[in-house]
Design a protein around this ligand. Structure first.
Ligand SMILES: Cc1cc2nc3c(=O)[nH]c(=O)nc-3n(C[C@H](O)[C@H](O)[C@H](O)COP(=O)(O)OP(=O)(O)OC[C@H]3O[C@@H](n4cnc5c(N)ncnc54)[C@H](O)[C@@H]3O)c2cc1C
Length: 394
């Protein structure tokens, strides 16, 4: 291959695209190659469990950038290309088709993969996880089969993606149960009073919410999952099982290349790895914090902001990613917007009415606001972010 070494970005998702555009915006004039192993250019993942799955938006609305726009910015997008390995000493990538591609700088933006459910029956074709557009197509098709045959849907995992799929399936008129292993929903991200509120929201719309449910096996008949069996003997019949039990960072390439990985590619606050030619951004990373701990975030905001830092670092600039983390989720007409992290919070303040049509929970450590969860309260969310930005240290 005769490519002149420029900057190569592995992963044409949220962080990959942002890195490419930030490199150009930052004045980089060399070649930028954006490699993605999916058959699509960069697309929005969040609607896959929301407006796209419910049929409110079309596939074309998932597309992040028209090919002409990328061409105008001289970003060389190559889809269907999988990177097999990184030779750091030679600054060379080996692609899955055997070809080699040199790089002068590298951004790892490889995202994450749904955690696999290791149970008997989990390999049946109607047991599906949701990460990619192709996953979304398979789930949408399976939902319509369930609808036409009046078969229930079982969601394993009461995190945000599981709950969004449950809400969408319910909206489409399907019978849905969510089986969550822990005693509450979204336990990693929500305070208990909000977990309870979401459980109530789902139940009020007819979703079965089973907490503390230990799934033991998926029963298969004629090659298809027909029921989910729990350790306590409860059985949930199904035409589709959606598994949403978290993701695992795609750090295998980095690990094999000798970069530090600990549940993700370890980066500093400027998205740098220990190799000065290599940065990493998005769901594939674990950010080293000043106290030595690691922070893993899986959000559009994190991917975008970290990618800007990754691009800056490759341009020799120092752009610390210290902004307030934020995230959103849409379920049954409610928009949850979260800002900050409720780490070490010792007091919660309710603004509005949890029985009403909008409210916010502000979390404080002493007198300092550390995070805020807003439900249909965008003004509260923006105000909290403004306040949190003043003291952001992450
Ligand atoms: C259904 C769903 C709903 C979501 N909803 C929300 C939401 O409401 N709010 C929010 O903030 N976030 C949401 N997220 C999370 C958000 O989409 C992710 O945090 C974000 O997409 C991460 O971007 P990324 O670039 O790090 O990874 P990705 O967007 O996953 O991109 C990584 C890309 O790299 C490719 N790749 C991996 N390895 C290789 C290789 N070796 N060679 C070539 N290519 C490779 C992958 O196939 C993938 O295309 C949602 C995610 C999903 C799946």
């Amino acid at each position: 291959m005769s490519d002149v070494p420029g900057i190569v970005i592995i992963g044409a998702g949220q962080a990959g695209l942002q890195s490419a555009e930030s490199l150009r915006a930052g004045g980089f004039q060399g070649s930028i190659t954006l490699l993605g192993d999916e058959p699509y250019g960069p697309y929005h993942r969040p609607p896959l469990s929301k407006a796209w799955l419910s049929g409110e938006i079309e596939a074309s609305q998932l597309v992040m950038r028209a090919p002409e726009l990328l061409a105008r910015k001289e970003i060389d997008l190559r889809i269907g290309v999988r990177v097999h390995s990184i030779d750091r000493a030679a600054q060379m990538l080996r692609l899955a088709d055997g070809k080699a591609l040199p790089y002068a700088g590298l951004v790892l933006a490889t995202g994450a993969t749904p955690r696999a459910l290791r149970l008997p029956g989990a390999d049946a074709p109607n047991v599906l996880a949701l990460r990619t557009r192709d996953d979304g197509v398979r789930i949408a098709e399976a939902l319509s089969v369930c609808k036409s045959r009046a078969l229930p849907v079982v969601v394993i995992g009461g995190g945000f993606i599981g709950l969004e799929v449950a809400a969408t399936a319910r909206k489409l008129g399907l019978e849905v149960s969510v089986l969550e292993a822990t005693p509450r929903l979204c336990a990693r991200a929500l305070v208990p009073m909000l977990s309870d509120w979401f459980a109530e929201l789902h139940r009020s719309h007819g979703v079965g919410i089973e907490l503390g449910a230990k799934v033991a096996a998926i029963e298969v008949s004629d090659g298809r999952a027909v029921a989910v069996r729990c350790a306590d003997g409860a059985v949930f019949s199904c035409g589709l099982v959606v598994v949403g039990i978290g993701v695992v960072a795609n750090d295998q390439l980095a690990f094999a290349a000798g970069l530090e990985c600990e549940g993700g590619i370890v980066v500093d606050e400027c998205a740098r790895t220990a190799d000065p030619m290599i940065t990493a951004a998005g769901d594939c990373t674990a950010r080293r914090l000043p106290d030595g701990g690691l922070l893993r975030l899986e959000s559009v905001n994190n991917a975008t902001e970290q990618a800007k830092s990754a691009a800056a670092s490759l341009l020799g600039l120092e752009r610390k990613f210290t902004g307030t983390p934020w995230f959103w989720s849409d379920q049954f007409g409610w928009k949850l917007q979260m800002a900050g992290l409720p780490v070490g919070a010792d007091r919660v303040e309710l603004r509005g009415d949890m029985q009403g049509d909008s409210f916010s929970l502000y979390h404080y450590r002493g007198d300092q606001l550390v995070s805020a969860d807003s439900l249909n309260a965008p003004k509260d969310h923006l105000a909290a972010r403004k306040e949190l930005d003043k003291t952001a240290t992450l």
